[in-house]
Ligand binder design. Sequence first.
Ligand code: M6P
Ligand code: ZN
Length: 195
Amino acid sequence: MFVQTNEHLNMKSDQVISPRVFFSSGHLNGEDVVYESKRLSELAGLFADRAAAEEMDGNLPVYEVYSWVPVPQGTEGGLFFGLTNLHPGLVGSEYFMTKGHFHAIENRGEYYWCIQGEGILLLMDKQRETRAERMFPGTLHYIPGYTAHRVVNTGSRTLRFGACWPSDAGYNYDPIAADGFSVRVRKVGKVPVLG
Ligand code: M6P
Ligand code: ZN
C-alpha cells in the first residue's frame, strides 16, 4: 500500500498528520477500527428453516463487519463508517443475510454502497411494508429513517458493501428478532425470489 508521508508533502511535519485509518477493498485497518465476525450459530434464528441451520456447522462465518468508530457511540453530529463482507451461502433455500436493524434513534438514516458481488437490500418501514433494491458494484443506497435494513447475498462470491451512519443512531434489533422482515429471499431454481 502506498502511504504518503509528510516528507513527500514537503511540509513541516506539524502541519500535516499522516492518515491513521486505511480502507482497502476488503478491510479497514487502523485506530478505532472494530472488527466483528458473525457466525451461523448466532444467526440461526434469522432463517425460516431453522432445522437446516442447526444441521450446518455453527462456526461457519456468514459475515464480517469492520467499523470505524472515531467518536464514542451516541455522539450527536458524528459519523461512523463500516465495511461488511457477506459470504455466499444458503440455509435451506434462503440466502445468507445480515441480521438487519432499525436505528435506536429511529429517524436516523444511512448510506450503503456495493463494492463487490451481488445482492438485495431489503428496506422495511414501520408498517412492515418492504421494498427491495438490487445491489451490484457501484450501486448507492439511501436508507431513510424509520426503516429497517438488511442485505441478502444472492450471488456466488462475497458481497462487499460500505456503510456510513450517524454516530448516535444506535441499533434496535428487537423488532427483527421478534417478527423478522415481511419478505424473505429464497433461491428457486437458479434465481432469487422474494416472498
Ligand atoms: C453495516 C452497518 C453496520 C451494521 C452492519 C451489519 O456495516 O449498517 O452498522 O452493523 O452493516 O448489519 P447488522 O448490524 O444488521 O448485522
Ligand atoms: Zn443501520
